[in-house]
Write a protein that binds this ligand. Structure first.
Ligand code: TSJ
Length: 648
């Protein structure tokens, strides 16, 4: 044992055991990051989870039903439960009360009291002593046998012995821990209600029947509280995650069991989206990088559904097996396991490595899913049929992609028939107008500068790529002609150096429908070729709203303000002829050239994208292209698009 010099000098009256204890907690204060990951907000919130996890263990053991987490003014936190209460008797091996062991000995959590093993536990699983070491002060109260016990600590040092401070209803049992994180250790001692809320909700989902109550008393004008209680556990978690989507069937597939001391619980349900949403938890901790439990789940899912499909003739003998990806398209799943000695691997130590977890999940899901399918053949049929569709879509998408690949390999020869290309072959000089409708396309072809301007007319509304499978997207003629005309390929084939035009100009009518079509095109570009937008190659043409004629002279106005300015200048009287353009089709070729296509006179809007807001844009496009029509119209009318005026 290497003794810490400081603790020896300061605490010289203590016996050897206590020196070891103090040394342990001083080490925590010296290198807090080693024990809680960081001293940022993340580490701070981790303290709460460490304490709550002890109550969750008591709940899993079957003795605790309620946990209250209260944030007091000054960011003091208390966690209370109605469990048995931390044992108050003296543990003879340690010569201390169990309470004191818990708060002063590193890694002591759950090692006393016999029987069950500690299943929950934070990222580092270090327990209450670390929280104690990193708190300015901490107070524990235990309610047991009609008595209230209390003990106090400061920066990990005991300031009072465990003493009875009063009596209580003998029926009442439980533990309350109240603490103030040390502001000389943490960057900032300020709890985020929403962060605690999310984590506590997740914890409640993972522990069925347990009620967790969170209350924030810091701002007396704005007291917040939330109650989380799910009798259905992870089944309700899956329902919650699928809430904003459309489920493909009403049941939640659920299985649980214990194999080789690994406790496994799985719930899942498909929705009508094309994304997979699988979350794995090990001892109540999310594992974003997956690991053996997820591998076992996927194996079982793929194997069981293929066997079921074959056995029930839902898959033809001539057809290949469904792939895991096909089966997991649109799947929401929770895989929660409890394991005694979890090994986390990988760079961020978030990937489960225990091999016994793979076998345990595989065997429980295989058995459970097989039984579920036998009992619910209508669900089995839906899942297999959905997976077959996904398989065909994937195959068609591959073929369509190969086709565009091959076509682009042949280059100029395979350009779309409707494209009126320009003669100049230097992309720097060239631009392409994507034009709504064949008739406007015709005018644009006549009007253009053939040397540098290409025209691609598109028929009516283009496919909404937010709501279509890949095969439909690749199979869509309008989309394919854009892909081939641009020359860059898409997705993993995308190569911006092959771009055939410096400017891609979307030209639609100046009305709400035109804005909608422009949005559909921008959605496609954003999802499939975002680099074009990021590098500033995408523009919106701005056709005029009004034509004003007076004495054989003509003016064009691109907004109502402009119309008023022009009228103010030339005078408002009856010899003015004002025409409101309803669409591009109302202009002849000369007018179209003059107002919208002549690089000397036109107005172009450049579409911009702020990288910082990528996730925000993601949500915007999903909302814009989703099912809720009203907010969508509003959005289009208000914002038309995020564009920057150019060339004005
Ligand atoms: F550890 C702690 F101090 F952080 C803490 C522990 C904090 C809170 C809020 C609660 C708890 C806690 C501990 N709640 N319930 C328990 N239960 C036990 O420690 C306990 C009680 C009885 C027995 C037994 O075998 O009789 C065993 C244990 C582990």
């Amino acid at each position: 044992m290497s003794l810490n010099k400081d603790s020896l000098q300061v605490e010289q009256d203590y016996g050897a055991d206590q020196i070891q204890i103090l040394e342990g907690l001083e080490a925590v204060r010296k290198r807090p990051g080693m024990y809680i990951g960081s001293t940022s907000g993340r580490g701070l919130h981790h303290l709460v989870y460490e304490i709550v996890d002890n109550s969750v263990d008591e709940a899993i053991a079957g003795f605790c039903h309620n946990i209250d987490v209260i944030i007091y003014p000054g960011d003091v936190i208390s966690v209370s439960d109605d469990g048995r209460g931390i044992p108050v008797g003296i543990n003879h091996k340690a010569g201390l009360s169990a309470v004191e062991v818990v708060f002063t000995i590193l890694h002591a959590g759950g090692k006393f009291g016999g029987g069950g093993y500690k299943v929950s536990g934070g990222l580092h699983g270090v327990g209450a002593s670390v929280v104690n070491a990193l708190s300015s002060w901490l107070e524990v109260k235990v309610y047991s046998g009609g008595k209230v016990y209390q003990q106090k600590y400061e920066r990990g040092h005991k300031v009072t012995d465990l003493t009875v401070i009063g009596e209580c209803d003998p029926e009442k049992t439980g533990t309350t821990v109240t603490f103030l994180p040390d502001d000389t250790i943490f960057e900032e001692v300020k709890f985020d209600f929403d962060v605690l809320k999310t984590r506590l909700r997740e914890t409640a989902f993972l522990t069925k029947g347990l009620r967790i109550y969170l209350k924030d008393l810091r701002n007396e004008e704005h007291i917040r509280e939330r109650n989380f209680h799910y009798e259905g556990g992870i089944k309700e978690f899956v329902e919650y995650l699928n809430n904003s989507k459309k489920a493909l069937y009403n049941n939640i597939v659920y299985c649980d069991g214990v194999v080789n001391n690994v406790v496994v619980e799985v719930a899942m349900q498909h929705n009508d989206s094309f994304q997979e949403n699988t979350y794995g938890f090990v001892n109540n901790i999310l594992t974003p990088e997956g690991g053996t439990h997820i591998v076992g789940f996927r194996n079982a899912l793929t194997k069981t559904l293929n066997e079921y499909g074959r056995k029930n003739k839902l898959l033809r003998d001539s057809e290949p097996n469904l792939s895991g990806e096909d089966i997991r398209e649109g799947l929401t799943a929770i895989i929660s396991i409890k394991i005694e000695d979890p090994q986390f691997e990988g760079q961020t130590k978030q990937k489960l490595g225990n091999t016994e977890a793979r076998g345990a999940v595989d065997s429980i899901v295989s058995r459970g899913l097989e039984q579920f399918l036998e009992e619910n053949p209508q669900v089995g049929k839906i899942i297999i049929e959905k997976s077959v569709l996904s398989q065909r879509a994937r195959e068609a998408a591959r073929k369509a992609r190969d086709l565009t690949r091959r076509k682009s390999a042949l280059d100029g020869l395979s350009l779309p028939g409707k494209l009126a290309d320009c003669t100049d072959k230097d992309p720097k000089n060239c631009e392409i107008y994507i034009v709504e409708g064949d008739s406007a396309g015709g005018s644009a072809k006549t009007a253009r500068d053939r040397a540098t301007q290409a025209i691609l007319p598109l028929r009516g509304k283009i496919l909404n790529v937010e709501k279509a499978r890949l095969d439909r997207i690749y199979g869509n003629e309008e989309i394919r002609s854009m892909i081939t005309a641009f020359g860059t390929g898409i997705h993993e084939d995308f190569d911006i150096t092959k771009l055939r035009y410096d400017k891609i100009i979307i030209m639609t009518d100046a009305d709400v429908d035109g804005a909608h079509i422009a949005t559909l095109m921008l959605t496609f570009l954003y999802r499939f070729m975002p680099e074009l937008i990021k590098q500033g190659h995408v523009y919106l043409a701005k056709p005029p709203l009004y034509k004003i004629e007076r004495n054989r002279k003509e003016w064009y106005a691109y907004s109502d303000d402009e119309l008023n300015n022009i009228l103010a200048e030339i005078g408002r009287d009856n010899s003015n002829k004002i025409q409101r353009y309803k669409g591009l089709g109302e202009m002849d070729a000369d007018q179209l050239w003059e107002t919208t296509m002549d690089p000397e006179k036109r107005v172009l809007l450049r579409v911009v994208m702020n990288e910082d807001e990528a996730s925000e844009i993601d949500v915007t496009f999903t909302t814009l292209m989703g099912d809720k029509v009203e907010p969508r119209r509003e959005f289009i009318e208000e914002h038309a698009m995020d564009v920057k005026n150019l060339d004005i």
